[in-house]
Design a protein around this ligand. Structure first.
Ligand code: AMP
Ligand code: MG
Length: 417
C-alpha cells in the first residue's frame, strides 16, 4: 500500500513550524511497514488543498491530511475537501453535542465559529477526538481511505494511533521489513566502500545511508509480495552487513548509544563517573537522559578551569604546565581522578578545543582527547572533529560513549579500517 501524507498550514510551509506531525505519522507507519511514498505540504489555501488531495487520490492508495480543521477563518481543510470530493458539508449532531460538552467542561462561552467543526463532508465517518473539539474524519473515496486529522500535535497523535495506523495496517498487503544498523566513528564514504555493491544481490531491497553528527545509520527496507521471502532476504541483509561493518555497529534498531552503554554497565554491575571540560556536562546529560541511569551513573565532574581539574580531579599542576589542559596526559589524569574520587569501576574524561577560538597549530579547533580509566587500565584517544562548537561538543560526547562501549566489550579502541 502506498500512502500520501498532506500537511496543511501556511506556518508549516514557511518553515516557521517544523513538520513534526509528518515525522510522527511517517514514523508510526514505517514501524508497521506501511510505505509513505509522497509527502506534500500546502498552505491554508482552499484551492491548493483541493488540488493536492485530487493528485494524491490519483497516485496513492490512502491519503492522510493533517491540519486546518480548527474554527478560525484560516482553517479551510473541511471546506476544501468537501468541494474537491463533491461531498456537501452536513451538520453532525453527535459532534455538535461533543463540542458543547467539551466547552461546558471548560466553563467557557462557545463562539459560534466553534460549531463549524461539527460540519462533516457527506458520508464521512467521525473519529472521536478525546483531546479537542475538532474530530478526525474518515472518508472512503472510491475505496481509498482519506483521513482528515487536526493539526494540534497531541490531538493528531492520539487519533493517528487509535484510528489511522490500525486501519491502514488492516488493509496493507505485501510485506516489508526494515533492518536498521546504527554505526558511529566512521564516515559514510568508508562504510559505503566496505559494503560495496552488495545491495544488488538483495532482491527488493533499498539501502539508505543516514548520516548525523553522531554517526551513520544504515537502513535497509526489504519489500515483496511473499512475507517468507522478504523475511529471508532481511536476514541475509542483516548478516552480510554485520560481516562487513559489524565492528562499528553499536546497535540494531533504534536505541541511542547512551542506552547501549547503560545496558552494558548494568549487565556488569559497574558504576560510572565522568569528567568533562569542553563538553560542559553534555556527556553526563546524555547518560542521565536514560530512565534508570541512577543504577549505574555515580557522578559527573564539570571541570572547566585548570583549578577545577586540580582541585576536584587531582590533575597535577605539572601536567597542565607541561602539556596543557588539552592533552593526552591531562585526559588520562582526569579519568583516573574521576574514577578514584568517585570510587567507581569505570570513568571517562573529555578535554578539547570546542572553538571557535582557542585553537593553535599544534591543537587546532576540534582537537579533543577522551580518556578512560577502569580496573583494566587507562587509555586515551586523540580526535580531530570538524564543525562548529555545537558539533564538536556533540561529537566529543558521542566519541566518549563509543570508547566506553568498546572498552566494556573488550574491543580495540580504534577501528583498523
Ligand atoms: P491547525 O489545526 O492547522 O489550526 O493547527 C493547530 C496548531 O497545530 C498550529 O498552530 C501548529 O502549532 C500546530 N501544527 C499544525 N500543523 C502542524 C505540523 N504539520 N507539524 C507540527 N505542528 C503543527
Ligand atoms: Mg492551521
Amino acid at each position: 500500500m502506498q500512502v500520501e501524507v498532506i500537511t496543511i498550514g501556511s506556518e508549516v510551509l514557511s518553515g516557521r513550524t517544523l513538520d513534526t506531525n509528518f515525522a510522527f505519522v511517517a514514523g508510526r507507519l514505517e514501524a508497521e511497514s506501511i510505505g509513505v511514498v509522497w509527502h506534500t505540504t500546502v498552505g491554508d489555501h482552499a484551492e491548493r488543498i483541493g488540488d493536492a488531495l485530487r493528485r494524491a487520490l490519483e497516485r496513492a492508495d490512502a491519503v492522510i491530511l493533517m491540519g486546518g480543521l480548527g474554527p478560525t477563518p484560516d482553517d479551510l481543510t473541511r471546506k476544501a475537501v468537501s468541494t474537491a470530493l463533491g461531498r456537501p458539508l452536513q451538520l453532525d449532531e453527535t459532534v455538535l453535542e461533543h463540542i458543547r460538552e467539551r466547552v461546558a467542561q471548560l466553563g467557557r462561552r462557545m463562539p459560534a465559529a466553534v460549531e463549524t467543526q461539527a460540519l462533516v463532508p457527506r458520508g464521512a465517518t467521525v473519529l472521536e477526538n478525546k483531546h479537542g473539539t475538532a474530530p478526525g474524519l474518515l472518508i472512503m473515496e472510491r475505496d481509498k481511505p482519506v483521513f482528515l486529522l487536526p493539526g494540534v500535535p497531541h490531538e493528531m497523535q492520539a487519533l493517528a494511533a487509535e484510528f489511522v495506523v490500525p486501519f491502514l495496517r488492516g488493509r496493507a498487503t505485501g510485506a516489508v521489513e526494515v533492518v536498521t544498523l546504527r554505526t558511529t566513528g566512521v564516515p559514510e564514504s568508508v562504510l559505503a566502500e566496505r559494503i560495496g555493491n552488495l545491495p544488488g544481490s538483495w532482491p527488493g531491497s533499498a539501502l539508505a545511508y543516514l548520516p548525523s553528527p553522531g554517526g551513520v545509520d544504515l537502513r535497509v527496507t526489504v519489500a515483496g509480495s511473499d512475507a517468507g521471502v522478504v523475511a529471508e532476504v532481511a536476514q541475509a541483509v542483516r548478516r552480510e552487513l554485520l560481516e562487513r561493518v559489524g565492528e562499528v555497529v553499536f546497535v540494531e534498531g533504534q536505541q541511542g548509544l547512551e542506552e547501549v552503554v547503560g545496558a552494558l554497565l548494568l549487565e556488569r554491575g559497574y558504576r560510572l563517573a565522568v569528567a568533562e571540560s569542553c563538553t560542559g556536562g553534555l556527556l553526563a546529560k546524555r547518560i542521565t537522559d536514560v530512565p534508570g541511569s541512577s543504577r549505574y551513573f555515580e557522578r559527573g565532574f564539570v571541570c572547566y578551569s585548570n583549578e577545577a581539574k586540580i582541585e576536584l580531579l587531582g590533575v597535577s599542576p605539572e601536567t597542565l604546565r607541561a602539556h596543557g589542559a588539552v592533552s593526552a596526559p591531562a585526559a588520562e589524569e582526569m579519568a583516573r581522578g574521576a574514577r578514584e574520587r568517585a570510587g567507581v569501576h569505570v570513568a571517562a574524561s573529555i578535554t578539547g578545543v570546542a572553538g571557535p577560538e582557542g585553537g593553535s597549530d599544534e591543537k587546532p579547533v576540534g582537537t579533543v582527547f577522551v580518556g578512560l580509566a577502569s580496573e583494566r587500565g587507562e587509555a586515551v584517544r586523540r580526535f580531530r572533529f570538524l564543525g562548529d562548537r555545537r558539533l564538536v561538543r556533540e561529537r566529543s560526547a558521542q566519541a566518549a560513549l563509543e570508547l566506553l562501549r568498546r572498552h566494556l566489550l573488550g574491543l580495540p579502541l580504534e577501528v583498523g579500517w
